[in-house]
Design a protein around this ligand. Structure first.
Ligand code: BGC
Length: 761
């Protein structure tokens, strides 16, 4: 853990430059707008340690799988979001000195991520031939016009007269650091760099995505010379000009990035050039004003304000900021990668994280269609999921562990073939969405097909054990990836049986409410009474491992046969286990990587009374090492539920500043985007006890002792509700929409427009 950044309610500030920490800072200072993103790299050349990263949503390269021992059923490739044309670059030479912060003398360095207005600003004073010059850079990726970005780069001579050479460029010679075989993922297509147009067009190999980047620039001073440079996959404009003492040069660079995902291939170049021209004609300030307004709207709906704890305030805003940068819901073909646009690990692909962790955030802070698009993404991949199950010799649909286009990319048998609980989260997300929005038609139009095919998978994957007269699911990996190939993981069995039940319930609903659509669906899916009977039998006879002596569910068969040690028995040098222990030792240990049984309690809370929840928490929490960033938020929510307020708060702290303070020493790889949604859940579902039950919004708020107050908003059935929790009271305000009934601490209240509902503590 390192406290490196200055604490501020709306900003993340780096003051002074630690070159050894640069990769972490670059991840932290990443900018994105749902269409594209870039790490917080410097605009000018930098020869020190850095991961130059520019990523375009949905543009991937199918990187040939690398494994030691090939197993039938492994995917051919791992899709990686291709590190794309570096469009932010502007090289700088002053007199004869190339400005490279790994080489030159400089002072007063500051890099600031402004989360409120979503821009990155950097300044420093560089010394050239004994004279000082001040450099400033401000950049943003337009949240409104998503294909455009702009950077303003300025140089002020504090001392002396100088010759300055500025070189805005587009560089397509970018490689993914994580390429399996060191391949260059791109092939240069067209490039133009004449007086009117600057364009670099590249195409990914194999997947054939065309990405065209156009640039235009404006400078506030007459230049002496302009040299147009065209090299392989690289174009640049070398501008030479004089800078006298006290003067300031402003170079504004405008970029447009268009892809063949959005336009016909023959139109992509034209679109990019047009959009860059449009950007330059609007100018930096107008474009920025538009971008700032878009962010003001985002914050209006998704901000959480915490009084009395600045670190917590910065932490939660940092999480909300990056979630909103990563996924905007404008395109149902996109999803949320665990690292978003901030690094290459995990390939920028979709995991069960989306449904299990991210969906609640987008449901509560955005319009309904954003969450719906997340669901439709899976509906669009249903056929691929059916093929995926078929590859394993199974019926129905098995959604991939990791995917970008519906095809499985994961290639470790114990996860690819065994971590099948992911199917359950995808099914449960349909329920979450419908309960939350009341959009019952979703089940008819999309949801039922997905549920039915997932149910069909469970029915085939489970088997009947006549000795016990129970159905069992063996050879699985539960959410706890520190054990593989186990039998009867309680969570997996539970979510499988739940899916069957929910599918049958919806079958009945469709039959009664949409008989025509129902008949068409049943025909299409070729479901019969035999299927329903089997599903019903499985629901009734699913096997759930139980630990009688503790009166709790067992994580899996045989869990108690392991040597029972607790996290408190570990030495500091052991943690994190995945870095310090052999994999074999981890697998034999009782230590739990992340919420597993507790993940099930989180989903099926209504089936547990307080005592039972406590017993489960008290057994599993001391055995959990939380070595997945997804873990502490679930434990925090359950701790809140059972009234362990301090514990809930401590667990929350583990997630809230995970990246800002580099808790797991891995922020250099990129940020933990999907766990950020879990942080949001810890406050909204944990501290404020928000949940939707029987279509009603319910709350059980408490205030962590360290805070004076907190407030947040939720979008719920076309309304915007503000909830403020302070030491004396809880205040509800209906900011938008018609009156509604809510439940607070088990009591019903009417929430009306322009009338605050105040509940004294
Ligand atoms: C976790 C998985 C998760 C993945 C991506 C892994 O470490 O164990 O549950 O889906 O990271 O976030």
């Amino acid at each position: 853990m390192k406290k490196y950044f200055k604490v501020d309610d709306w900003k993340v500030i780096e003051e002074g430059f630690d070159k050894n920490y640069n990769r972490v800072t670059e991840s932290i200072m990443s900018l994105a707008n749902g269409h594209m993103g870039l790490r917080g790299n410097f605009a000018e050349q930098y020869s020190g340690d850095s991961l130059q990263g520019t990523y375009i949503a949905g543009v991937y390269y199918p990187d040939k799988t690398i494994v030691g021992w090939w197993k039938n059923g492994y995917p051919e490739y791992f899709a990686k979001i291709a590190n794309a044309t570096n469009f932010i670059g502007i090289d700088l030479k002053i007199d004869d000195t190339i400005i490279d912060l790994a080489q030159v003398e400089f002072s007063s360095f500051k890099r600031v991520l402004n989360m409120k207005e979503a821009y990155l600003e950097r300044s420093f004073i560089v010394k050239v031939n004994d004279d000082q010059l001040e450099i400033n850079e401000k950049r943003f990726l337009n949240q409104e016009k998503k294909e455009t970005a702009a950077v303003k780069y300025s140089i002020k001579a504090l001392e002396g007269n100088h010759s300055v050479q500025l070189t805005p460029y587009l560089d397509g010679n970018v490689k993914n650091e994580d390429a399996n075989y060191g391949d260059f993922f791109w092939k240069g297509e067209e490039q133009l760099n004449n007086k009117q147009q600057s364009l670099l067009s590249m195409k990914t190999k194999k997947s054939h995505f065309k990405v065209s980047t156009a640039m235009e620039w404006k400078i506030n001073k007459e230049y002496n010379r302009l040299e147009k440079i065209n090299e392989e996959n690289y174009i640049a404009d070398k501008i030479t000009l004089k800078l006298n003492k006290g003067e300031k040069i402003n170079l504004e660079k405008f970029i447009a990035v268009c892809t063949s995902r959005d336009y016909e291939k023959n139109l992509v170049n034209t679109k990019a050039v047009e959009k860059a021209a449009e950007a330059v004609s609007l100018g930096f300030d107008k474009l920025f004003a538009e971008h700032k307004n878009a962010w003001a709207k985002i914050w209006q709906e998704s901000d959480i304000k915490i009084e009395g704890d600045l670190e917590a305030q910065q932490g939660i805003r940092f999480n909300i900021f990056h979630l909103n940068q990563t996924y905007t819901g404008h395109d149902p073909r996109l999803n949320i990668g665990p690292k978003g646009f901030t690094g290459e690990k995990y390939g920028g692909l979709t995991y069960w994280d989306t449904e299990a962790y991210c969906l609640p955030f987008y449901l509560a802070t955005h319009s309904q269609k954003v969450a719906k698009n997340l669901l439709i993404y899976r509906h669009n991949h249903l056929q691929k999921a059916i093929e995926n199950a078929d590859k394993l010799g199974l019926k129905g649909a098995l959604y991939p562990m990791v995917t970008i286009n519906g095809e499985e990319c994961h290639n470790e048998w114990e996860i690819t073939f065994e971590e099948i609980h992911r199917n359950g989260a995808i099914a449960h997300a349909i329920k979450d969405y419908i309960d939350y929005t009341g959009d019952q038609e979703y089940i008819r139009d999309y949801g039922f097909e997905v549920l039915a095919e997932i149910s069909r998978f469970w029915a085939d994957r489970a088997h009947y054990n006549p000795r016990k007269d129970k159905y069992m699911i063996i050879g699985v990996t539960g959410p706890n990836e520190y054990e593989n190939n186990i039998n009867n993981n309680w969570y997996t069995n539970k979510i499988a049986a739940w899916t069957l039940k929910y599918t049958l319930k919806n079958r009945k609903y469709l039959k009664e409410n949409y008989p025509e659509a129902y008949n068409d669906l049943i025909d299409k899916l070729q479901l019969s009474e035999k299927d329903y009977q089997l599903w019903q039998d499985m629901i009734e006879k699913m096997y759930y491992p139980y630990l009688e002596e503790y009166d709790i569910y067992a994580q899996q068969d045989g869990y108690l046969d392991k040597e029972q040690k607790l996290v408190s028995d570990l030495n500091e040098e052991d943690i994190p286990l995945h870095k310090n222990w052999s994999w074999d030792k981890i697998l034999r240990s009782p230590y739990i990587k992340q919420a597993d049984v507790l993940q099930g309690i989180y989903y099926f809370e209504d089936e547990f009374d307080q005592d039972s929840m406590e017993r489960h928490f008290d057994f599993y929490e001391p055995r959990t090492v939380h070595e997945s960033s997804l873990s502490p938020c679930i434990y925090s929510i359950i701790a809140a539920e059972i009234g362990r307020k301090e514990k809930a708060y401590q667990l929350y702290l583990r997630t809230a500043r995970l990246d800002l303070d580099n808790y797991n020493y891995d922020t250099d790889d990129g940020l933990h985007i999907t766990s950020m949604a879990g942080t949001w859940m810890s406050i909204v579902e944990g501290f404020a006890g928000f949940e939707v039950k029987n279509s009603q919004a319910q709350f059980r708020p408490f205030l962590p002792e360290a805070w004076n107050s907190y407030n947040f908003k939720i979008m719920f059935k076309e309304r915007r509700i503000k909830i403020e929790v302070n030491q004396e009271k809880v205040v509800f305000e209906l900011e938008k929409g018609k009156k509604l009934e809510i439940k607070v601490y088990d009591k019903e209240y009417k929430l009306k427009p322009e009338q605050k509902l105040i509940i004294e503590n």
